[in-house]
Design a protein around this ligand. Sequence first.
Ligand code: GTP
Length: 201
Amino acid sequence: MSSKSSLLKVILLGDGGVGKSSLMNRYVTDKFDSHLFHTIGVEFLNKELEVDGRSVTLQIWDTAGQERFRSLRTPFYRGSDCCLLTFSVDDSQSFHNLANWKKEFVYYADVKEPSTFPFVVLGNKVDMSERQVVSEDAQQWCRENGDYPYYETSAKDATNVAAAFEEAVRRVLATEDRAEHLIPTDTVNLHRKPRGSAPCC
Ligand SMILES: Nc1nc2c(ncn2[C@@H]2O[C@H](COP(=O)(O)OP(=O)(O)OP(=O)(O)O)[C@@H](O)[C@H]2O)c(=O)[nH]1
């Protein structure tokens, strides 16, 4: 890995029980617990990785999906570099609620340009035999909302979990690269002293 590592904050949002904590635990510790308790407020774990030759420390924030914990989670949205909107493929209501999750995030994270913010959508629990949400509907939602990448994951058997987090990192890095290219090179920095200048009278 190169010596310079970027710290990226990625936040997992979605209804209670869709598997946000399980996805974070699978990715960071490579473990799965079938008897997890509901998250209260937020928790986070760090993971170091290299994506396309760039070193990154991913700070993954797992939030409580239950409505009663809303006021405990929303203060942590600010400063997120990427948002993973998560639903469970065996729960159609969790899919229909994605729009509300996006809205809540945009408001509390104070996202200035939602159309260019890096969202990634995860349809979790694809190992379950009974589905309520078909891939085509999820893909269509992603297309209509901003061409978001869509990953069908299973925290239980690890399907696509690493791929989804790596895509999140790629999206953030691509957004940052675009922003850097947009900074005009002929701007004047008012805080920088001219080199070798005499003290002002
Ligand atoms: N079969 C299957 N079960 C899963 C998967 N991911 C999570 N679960 C189970 O679903 C239940 C809820 O998982 P959590 O990870 O606690 O869900 P959460 O979204 O963090 O829930 P809140 O903390 O309430 O927001 C647990 O019993 C998990 O074991 C998966 O990919 N497949």
